[in-house]
Every structure is written in structure tokens, then in C-alpha cells.
Design a protein around this ligand. Sequence first.
Ligand SMILES: Cc1cc2nc3c(=O)[nH]c(=O)nc-3n(C[C@H](O)[C@H](O)[C@H](O)COP(=O)(O)O)c2cc1C
Length: 325
Amino acid sequence: MKTRITELFNIEHPIIQGGMHYVGFAELAAAVSNAGGLGIITGLTQKTPADLAKEIARCRKMTDNPFGVNLTFLPTVTSPDYPGYISAIIEGGVKIVETAGRNPQEYLPRLQDAGVKVIHKCTSVRHALKAEKIGCDAVSVDGFECGGHPGEDDIPNMILLPRAAEELKIPFVASGGMADARSLVASLALGADGINMGTRFIATKEAPVHENVKQAIVAATELDTRLVMRPLRNTERVLHNAAVERLLEKEASLGKNLRFEDIIEEVAGVYPKIMMNGNMDAGVWSCGMVAGLIHDIPTCKELIDRIMSEAEALIRNRLEGMLAR
Ligand SMILES: Cc1cc2nc3c(=O)[nH]c(=O)nc-3n(C[C@H](O)[C@H](O)[C@H](O)COP(=O)(O)O)c2cc1C
């Protein structure tokens, strides 16, 4: 399958693995890229630019195919050393960066002068248009279904994707709720040039996270996610657990007076405990509604091959077969 995204990133299949905190290590990125998709290392999971440089070198040893790095610009008290991370990316020869969160404009010239293609992840048409205007090469359009931060507009992909297609000139991938060939074919029909998956890639053999995390995703249904931190305008879709229950009780009782400090125990520094130690109630962690469509733990190659072969069958048999001759 050839799309503007496979051409832009020089990849075989139009499938991207989005950056994921404490999941997007070299092992997963390399496995996705070796399977013909685009694997992405999560930049900020690496504590320093030097650590990111090492992770990039590790990934390079595991794959000859293109892979990217995610740089997330989230509201944090002390800003990470973004210029340092960008140096690690450029010096490591990485040619694709997925940005997310705040507007990446101030970092674009340095990245693009070094030949890096930038795909910005955003949750609204207006932010996607802004990304196009400042010169991003592509966007990842994240619908309300998505695991992680869906923004504050609450527009699901059935509306958001065709709206993006109406407005954008640069290529975009559909993100949020993507799991299988049906997701890919539907996204292409809605105007996207590929898909970006987060939650689906956690439940793969190569994802370097605790088995409990993968089993929790397989066990979850589409009813099992919750939105937290809405009162702080930092909404996150997470898998329901005891910590989420506690956090939601605080949100209900404190109302408009809720401050970040009130929920620090549930949100700060919890990812290593969950992803590495498998302590599933240690805090809140991002997970998409798409968990309801995830029933197995394949290798990345099995997953991507299955998506591509079933997509072909869907298009050639189911869709074409419906047309009058
Ligand atoms: C556990 C987890 C951690 C994530 N961490 C990040 C992150 O650090 N930066 C980022 O840009 N997106 C992050 N995301 C969002 C994903 O890259 C992707 O946009 C999202 O998962 C797509 O929705 P889906 O889960 O329905 O596929 C995370 C998602 C999950 C599930």
C-alpha cells in the first residue's frame, strides 16, 4: 500500500507507533520498524539527552529501517532540556520526529535544517491547521477515543478525521481507537493516509513492559477507561483502577478548587511502577477505549502483517464486492 505517509517517511506500511511514556523504548520502536511500520522512541522517558543518544544508538543496532523520536511538550513546572534532546536526535541521525503537546514552532527550524521530518500530534482541526501553517510535514490527528491526552474538545474520529481532510493540505494519520484492518480501511476512507496506534502496540510481545500491563489491556473492555484531570484542563484517558477511583473522588469533592498538588500521589512518577513493576494500582496510566478491540498479544510483525492482509481483503472483497457491476 502506497500513501503520502509511506512516501514521506520511506516506510513499507502506513502504520505508526505513537510515542508512549515508559513503553516507547528501543525494543518496541525497532520491532515496529522491522515489521515495516514506523517505530518511535519516547524522548522524555530518557532522563537526559545523553540517555536518549544511547537509546537511539541501541535502536540503530536493532533495525536498519527508519524510526523516529517523540518529543512531548507538556505543561511541566521545570522545562526539560529540549535543545539537548534535539541535539541527540540530530547527532543520532534520526530523520523523523513526532511532536506533541505545545506548539513546536520554535524547534522546527533546527530540526528541518537537519533534514528531520516533523509529524505533529494534535486533537483538533485548528491545531492541525496551525501545525500545517508553521511548516510541519504531517500531522497525527488524535480523536476523543485516544489513550493519553485527547484535549478538551471531545470530538470523536468519525467527525474529526473527515473535518481534518476537508481543511488540511499536508498528509495526516488517524490516531485514537485504531486497532486493526477495519480501523485502517475506515481511516483511509475518511481521508487519512495511515494510522497511528498507541494502546494496541502495548499489547505486543516486544513491548518492554510488565506482563500485567498487557493482560490488563486484553482483559479491559471499551467501557473501562475514564477521563481524569479535566478540571485542570489537562484531560487524560486512563484505564480504570483504584488510583483512578481515588482521583475522581478528589475531583468530585474539591470541584473547582482542585490543584495539581492534590493528585500528585496518583499521577506523579507512577509510570515506572506500573510499566516496569506491573503494580497496576500504583497510579493512573493512559489507555484508549480501543482496549475493547484488543484480544491478543501478537508480535509487532504478526500484528502489522495481519492488518495489511486483512485490509487488502476488506478493500478487494467486502467493499469492492458491494459495488454494482
Ligand atoms: C501508556 C501511554 C503513554 C503515552 N505517552 C505519550 C507520550 O509520552 N507522548 C505522546 O505524545 N503521546 C503519548 N501517548 C499517546 C499515544 O502516542 C497515541 O497518540 C495514543 O495512544 C493513540 O490512541 P490509542 O491508544 O487509542 O491508539 C501515550 C499513550 C499511552 C497509551
